[in-house]
Design a protein around this ligand. Structure first.
Ligand code: FES
Ligand code: FES
Length: 214
C-alpha cells in the first residue's frame, strides 16, 4: 500500500526522493551560512589553496609559517586543526577566545587579510600567506589601543569573554571607517554575541573612539 509520501510525481521521481536531493543540496551549499553575520566567512579566502599544491596532506603534522601581528611564526599543525586552536594551543596567543567553536558567537574573531574572520571556522592551513591580526597585536608595546582604552572608559565589558572578538570587529570597522554611525557599529558587531548584554556600552565605546580620532 502506498502512502502519500511515496506518490510519484509527473517526472517519475517520488516526492521522498526529491526531499532527499533537496536536503543533500542544502548540505553542500549551506556550509558558508554557519558564519556569524558581520564576520567574513573563509570561502572568500579559499580561492588559492596555499599549501597542498596537489599533494595529499595529513594525517601527520606539517610545519607551516603564519604571519601574525607582523611576525612570521613557524609551528607544526595537523591539517585538521583550526586557526583558533593553533593560535591558543600552539602559539600561546590566548587572547583569542573560543566560545561556541562553531561559528556562531564571534568570541574567536580575528582580522585576516583585512577582514574579520571566525578563527574557529578557519583551518590553520588556509591562513598561510595571509596577514593575521589578533588582540595581542593591538598593544604590542604594552600601551593599549584607542579602542581598548575606550572600552575601559565606557565599561564596554563585564565578564570579558566576548571582548577580544568584539574589539577586533570594532577595530576593523574603525580602520576602514574612522567615524561610523551607530547603525554601522551595530552591523559590524552583529556577529559578536555578548551574554552579559553590554551592547549599549560597546556602541558608546566605539562611537567615542571614532569621535576622538581613532
Ligand atoms: S564563533 Fe568561533 S568560538 Fe564562537
Ligand atoms: S562581557 Fe560577558 S559575554 Fe560579553
Amino acid at each position: 500500500m502506498s502512502n502519500s509520501q511515496d506518490k510519484k510525481k509527473p517526472g517519475g521521481k517520488s516526492s521522498a526522493m526529491s526531499r532527499r536531493n533537496f536536503i543533500k543540496g542544502l548540505g553542500v551549499t549551506s556550509v558558508g551560512v554557519v558564519a556569524t553575520p558581520g564576520v567574513e566567512f573563509l570561502s572568500t579566502l579559499r580561492q588559492n589553496p596555499p599549501l597542498a599544491q596537489g599533494k595529499l596532506l595529513g594525517p601527520d603534522a606539517v610545519t607551516i609559517t603564519l604571519e601574525i601581528n607582523g611576525k612570521k611564526l613557524q609551528t607544526s599543525v595537523e591539517p585538521r586543526m583550526t586557526l583558533a586552536d593553533v593560535l591558543r594551543d600552539q602559539l600561546h596567543l590566548t587572547g583569542t577566545k573560543i566560545g561556541c567553536d562553531r561559528g556562531a558567537c564571534g568570541a574567536c574573531t580575528i582580522i585576516m587579510a583585512g577582514k574579520t574572520v571566525s578563527s574557529c571556522m578557519t583551518l590553520a592551513l588556509d591562513a598561510i600567506g595571509q596577514s593575521i591580526e589578533t588582540i595581542e597585536g593591538l598593544s604590542p608595546a604594552e600601551k593599549l589601543h584607542e579602542i581598548q582604552e575606550s572600552f575601559i572608559e565606557h565599561d564596554g565589558l563585564q565578564c570579558g569573554f566576548c571582548t577580544s572578538g568584539m574589539i577586533m570587529s570594532c577595530k576593523n570597522l574603525l580602520d576602514s571607517n574612522p567615524n561610523p554611525s551607530l547603525q554601522q557599529v551595530k552591523v559590524a558587531t552583529s556577529g559578536n554575541l555578548c551574554r552579559c548584554g553590554t551592547y549599549p556600552k560597546v556602541f558608546d565605546a566605539v562611537l567615542a573612539a571614532g569621535r576622538d580620532g581613532h
